[in-house]
Design a protein around this ligand. Sequence first.
Ligand SMILES: NC(=O)c1ccc[n+]([C@@H]2O[C@H](COP(=O)([O-])OP(=O)(O)OC[C@H]3O[C@@H](n4cnc5c(N)ncnc54)[C@H](O)[C@@H]3O)[C@@H](O)[C@H]2O)c1
Length: 404
Amino acid sequence: MADFIRKKIVVIGTGYVGLPAAILMAQAGHEVVGVDLNENIVRAINDGILHIKEEELQEILNRPEVRQNLRAQTTPTAGDIFFIAVPTPLDHRKKIADLDAVRAATEGLVPHLQAGNLVVLESTVPPLTCREVLTPILEKSGLKVGENLYLAHCPERILPGDVFHEIVYNDRIIGAQDETSRRLATEIYATFVKGALLQTDDVTAEFCKLCENTYRDVNIALANELNAVAETLGIDGRGAFALANRHPRVNILNPGIGVGGHCIPLDPWFIKEVDPVNSRMIFASRLVNDEMPAKIAAKIRKALAGVANPKIVAIGAAYKANVEDTRESPANEVVHLLRGDGYAVAHYDPLVESMTYAPRSLAEICAGADALVILVQHTVAMNELSANRAAISTQLRTPNILVY
Ligand SMILES: NC(=O)c1ccc[n+]([C@@H]2O[C@H](COP(=O)([O-])OP(=O)(O)OC[C@H]3O[C@@H](n4cnc5c(N)ncnc54)[C@H](O)[C@@H]3O)[C@@H](O)[C@H]2O)c1
């Protein structure tokens, strides 16, 4: 790396997205300051402890040169480059992006900005946020974006659980209003990303990220809707999809209990927010996926009709199989609905630390229950079910085993 230029980089928000980037930039040789409001996270970083479950990143953080290049604190400081990776949740009532954290993080930079600085927004945001929200705040510094202050949007695409590989090898989109911002952002990503660095304007970059997650959401809604039609027809939807997918240009996804996680159920709303008239299919897909937990709860109630004081054992609280992340989990919504209707539900998830049934077995926790409901098909639970199905059925008072 003959032409490596060491920069001082300040990363605002050191969660799932900001911390991995901070660690890899420290590994590349930059001086990195992680800034987070959460004192526990700051302390953990300074103690060399990763607060997210990513083994390869922990190994990198253990290296002395990385520890030396990375420190964390609760307040911003001056630097050459600022990364913003704070949460952008959904305002659940209005179904629009809640940009309070982005605004606060940007405001916090203003007193520290100097001519020539680059600000990179990594948070997922509605289109036009860089121009209409960040630029006016940053220009309170007296600097002018595109002239003596630079701003780029580089949305993150990582898959939690495989962050190290994805952050290094995924292609990245680098969007900015001006050529210098694009060049400066590309130069810094090139020091730790091996994927292609694809340059575009800021609005296109903001939109691309939302297109990616909306594509997933709409396709999942299509699978859920077609599966409902198959049920009306009294046929097996998954079986039909397997046959349809033998067409060389068809790939119908799996139907399920809804869509969860921190990104896919939220980001399509950010598109609708900026252009509701042209987002009717996106809106309909959101509604289709959001009503899935209620449909699943109704199916469970139907299976238990006629059983007095039914007891349910529900497995799965994560938002999808084989992860421990429960954010926006449709499984939790199903359990919430059933409990709201007065059903007794014992809820477990073998991957969520506070919800495991170990050291007991699936058969043991099913003793006397009227339904075992698998809401999330974690491999470990499915293997146990297929190995001990007969024993589990014997333990159940009413032998309902429902897998969704
Ligand atoms: N997690 C993912 O897999 C993923 C993937 C792609 C994009 N994103 C997007 O990246 C952004 C960040 O998501 P995340 O998962 O890293 O969130 P996170 O909650 O894990 O981390 C954000 C951190 O920012 C801190 N914070 C909030 N306001 C702050 C402020 N004003 N100053 C300093 N710190 C502040 C919080 O304490 C938290 O530690 C979001 O826009 C999200 O949609 C996330």
